[in-house]
Design a protein around this ligand. Structure first.
Ligand code: GAF
Length: 381
């Protein structure tokens, strides 16, 4: 552990920490709004992480501090944790203590000090990173012996039942399970995973992340409404989940649904197909072929699922017009970030075009960086 991490922890919590853990944010290459339909996703972990320095407490109390917070410690009694009790950022880590205890794991109190460089509200899974960092720390501090997928499921349970956001499992699985240099191909029904090698740089490409700085929020009801719409459509079609609708039956199925549900179904079925095509191209080493798939995915999110916004639409349009092979919004939508697949030689031209389009439209300047497929949650020291 760096001396500075220990000094910072001790200044807040008054004792030496036992270790430091980190869990990353993510971008999703393709497979959006498919995870709560039992479908397929293909995220990569970012180099940006939530780091947590931590130690056990023997008095069943939880003390949470964030370097990005308001300078106060949130102190909670473990036996007082219940959904709805914590409403600040601290609900995410507190929810992990709650989910572990509720699942019967022998977890006690702890002091935690969080420090994050995952942009918040940017659709890059800062919440899942916060949950997964907490879960990884508690797993080690209390010798729980849980696997990375088990930690991800507990983190999702924390977010669903304690925080109250009905998210799927993609973000927590990405944060817990990704590995360096690979994308995570996940079947969200069986939880079968495959780590697909993704060396974009060697192939002469970059995956740019363009944060539009339009803050997205999954807790505001729109995400829950989309999920409910998908579930209602599956029920009307007599399916367990939209994943079970074969593409060949799509046209007939759409005729049986009201228009507002039909367009959700069309997105989910075509998006699962786009994940499969992406995997085929990656396995065949055909990275450039991914471009049109990404852009088609964006059109489907914009026109059918209707979760894009003027800023994400403009970023995609400007990037593609300036030579990006393809681009799409990533994450839940309603703002957040866009990814663009770009030949290395064209990176500056694409970024200039997006900045200039944002300037002309009167939008705030976007923030961009290159996504390098990175490792999932881990102990650092
Ligand atoms: C958010 C959710 F948290 C994920 O579970 C997923 O549904 C995503 O939106 C859309 O693909 O990030």
């Amino acid at each position: 552990m760096t001396d500075q991490a220990a000094i910072d922890f001790e200044a807040v919590h008054g004792a030496r920490p036992s270790g430091v853990w980190a869990a990353p944010g993510r971008v999703n290459l393709i497979g959006e709004h498919t995870d709560y339909n039992d479908g397929f996703v293909l995220p990569i972990a970012l180099p940006h992480t939530v780091k947590v320095t931590a130690r056990r407490r023997e008095d069943a109390r939880v003390r949470l501090y964030s370097a990005q917070g308001d300078g106060t410690i949130t102190e909670l009694a473990l036996d007082g944790l219940a959904p709805g009790v914590v409403t600040s950022w601290a609900a995410y880590p507190a929810g992990v203590f709650w989910a572990l205890a509720e699942a019967g794991h022998a977890v006690g109190g702890a002091d935690l000090f969080f420090d994050s460089d995952v942009p918040t509200g940017a659709g890059l899974s800062s919440s899942a990173a916060l949950e997964c960092a907490t879960a990884a720390a508690l797993n080690d501090l209390y010798g729980l012996g849980l696997s990375a997928p088990e930690l991800a499921l507990l983190a999702q349970r924390a977010e669903n039942a304690f925080v109250g956001v009905p998210c799927g499992v993609m973000d927590q699985m990405a944060s817990a399970c990704c590995t360096d240099g690979t994308a995570l191909f996940l079947d969200t029904r069986t939880l079968e995973q495959r780590h697909v090698p993704l060396d974009l740089e060697a192939a002469g490409f970059r995956l740019l992340v363009i944060d539009t700085r339009v803050k997205h929020d999954l807790g505001d009801g729109a995400y829950a409404a989309l999920r409910a719409g998908c579930e209602q459509a599956a029920e009307l079609l007599g399916l367990d989940a939209l994943r079970d609708l074969p593409p060949a039956d799509l046209t007939a199925a759409l005729e049986r649904l009201p228009d507002d549900l039909a367009r959700l179904v069309r997105h989910v079925v075509t998006e699962n197909r786009r994940v499969a095509e992406t995997i085929e191209h990656l396995d065949g080493g055909r990275i450039a072929e991914l471009g049109p798939i990404l852009t088609a995915g964006h059109a489907s999110l914009r026109d059918d699922f209707r979760v894009s916004c003027p800023e994400t639409d403009l970023a995609v349009e400007a990037a593609v017009a300036a030579g990006a092979l393809g681009a799409r919004m990533t994450g839940g939508g309603f703002g957040g970030s866009v990814i663009a697949l770009v030949a290395t030689a064209d990176v500056e031209a694409v970024l200039d075009a997006v900045r200039s389009a944002f300037g002309s439209a009167g939008f705030a300047a976007p923030v961009a960086f290159t996504a390098v497929p990175s490792a999932g949650a881990r102990r650092l020291a």
